[in-house]
Design a protein. Sequence first.
Length: 217
Amino acid sequence: MQIDLAYIVDELPLLWKGMQVTLLLTLLGIVGGVALGAALAVARLSRFRPLSLAAGLYVDLFRLLPLILLIFWIYFLLPLWLGRPIGGFYSALVSFILYEAAYFCEIVRSGIQSVRRGQVHAGLATGLSYGQTMRAIILPQALRNMLPVLLTQSINLFKSTSLVYVVGVRDFLTAADVIGTKDNRLIEMYGFVAVVYFALCCAASLSVNRLQRRYAI
């Protein structure tokens, strides 16, 4: 079958709308996942053992769950508890935040542990609380060490957003599928989607590699 590039160009406005959903889910998932993951990392490193164990249990649980199963749970079961539907987009977003937080937690925890422990004691000695010491002294230094890994995990999140088709969210892949099915041009659409994902992920990976070389200690 001959590839018709003109057909793809004509459908770019609809595909761009789908890509906007994909990028929005990725951005919000990263922001929410990093925020929750950082809180979990601090909890895992806490000397209060019940808090540390609870954070560790959360990380182990969500890292063992398939992401698509979590999306189904949030989409079908959470509305039963809330008493109202929450929609496919928010179901997917909550799932991404909860799931990615488990991975971001371990990345942040490793970054924190890469900073010398003596700086924690120095912060506490000046009168800062444990939380203040983490925010003002430890996390800014740890960010440099964990930034490449955070970006790599963000790339994985970008690829994982394609799973939202299971709850009817019109992301980039779903938009391409709908267009291709309607016009019986699936080869062009799936091929174009593959090229776009490959190009974006490849460019992001190269940027991460440059960061690793630049900030390597």
